[in-house]
Design a protein around this ligand. Structure first.
Ligand code: GCU
Length: 329
């Protein structure tokens, strides 16, 4: 069969068009791992982000969320992410400190004066610089999610640092968290979050520290009846993406993912306020947890050396100064 030049070029154009439309309709699926349940505010906020990503990329990029640590602990997820087996992980600044020292600035007790100061940092230059700091280490940060204030909880009231003496307190695998408990007089015990319920129940640890969702979503309120409001840290959750996965996205898709991530952080801010109030109420009325007011100053005094040392630590001094400078805004 012979084709005229015209028919042939029309056929080539057709094949080219087909392959363009094929590549445009090819969907990139990004797997996201985290260790909270489906009713946790952060799961809902990431769901919101996934919907936005799909909308902004016209379905070219979809995020599939795996909750409950199905794909591993936070640490394991970070390892999977670094070797390219996972695309996105929701971790937090404590866990990330061992992977990127910049996140250590968030872990300094009492560095944030209030929630407004915290948001000034998350949405400002220093927040963006910390998200970008891990470039070249296999992952980059996309956004932060409010994780509230962390306080101690146990089967007894913790009203002063002296009450921590002889207590094994579960911490995240973060050098700053370990140091904090030591300075307050307790014995730090690093454990993955998923192991904590059983550890509290069996007395492997005597107490832990977290926000109120630990009592309800993770049911720790069944085995720890006193939540002492010393509010020593405000540690953000952090959404990170593997550099391999990031580089596979087109420039437009990257813009869309960043925009969706940013918007989900603001969505989360209001959701957090609402859901934390609900969690407190549920912990009190349905689980019999007592919320204990404490005088914070003795806790603040005990951990002051952490802030002082951070200002002499090359890796984070600049971030700490910038965070401090935002305190009065
Ligand atoms: C918070 C945070 C989790 C983290 C947990 C912990 O709940 O959202 O990402 O694993 O603290 O204490 O380990």
């Amino acid at each position: 069969m012979r084709f005229s030049k015209k028919t042939l070029s029309a056929a080539i154009a057709c094949v080219a068009a087909a392959s363009i439309s094929f590549s445009a309709s090819a969907t990139t699926i990004l797997k996201l791992s985290h260790n909270q349940d489906r009713n946790h505010p952060v799961h809902k906020s990431m769901h919101y982000m996934a919907d936005k990503v799909k909308e902004y990329t016209h379905g070219e990029v979809k995020i599939r969320i795996y909750p409950n640590g199905q794909l591993g602990t936070q640490r394991e997820s970070m390892e999977l992410l670094q070797n390219g087996a996972l695309d996105i992980a929701k971790s937090n600044a404590s866990e990330l400190e061992s992977f990127e020292p910049a996140y250590g600035a968030f872990n300094i007790p009492y560095i944030f004066h209030d929630r407004n100061h915290f948001y000034q940092v998350l949405t400002g230059k220093v927040g963006a610089d910390i998200l970008a700091a891990s470039k070249g280490k296999g992952f980059i940060g996309l956004t932060y999610y409010d994780g509230g204030a962390r306080s101690f909880y146990a089967q007894k009231r913790i009203e002063a640092p002296a009450d921590l003496k002889g207590m094994k307190i579960r911490v995240q695998p973060s050098p700053t968290a370990v140091n904090m408990i030591k300075l307050m007089g307790g014995s730090p015990t690093p454990l993955a979050y998923g192991e904590l319920y059983t550890a509290l129940q069996q007395g492997v640890v005597d107490g832990a520290e977290n926000n109120e969702t630990a009592l309800t979503n993770s049911r720790h309120g069944e085995v720890a009846k006193y939540f002492s409001l010393d509010e020593h840290t405000m540690i953000p959750d952090v959404l990170v993406i593997s550099e391999k996965s990031w580089d596979k996205l087109t420039a437009e898709q990257q813009v869309a993912v960043r925009k969706a991530a940013q918007e989900s952080m603001l969505y989360h801010k209001d959701l957090w306020t609402k859901m934390i109030a609900e969690a407190r109420e549920k912990a009190k009325s349905a689980m019999g947890v007592s919320f204990v007011s404490v005088e914070k100053q003795p806790f603040i005094d005990a951990v002051k050396p952490i802030h002082d040392e951070a200002l002499n630590n090359q890796a984070i001094a600049q971030y700490v100064k910038e965070i401090d400078a935002l305190a009065s805004n």
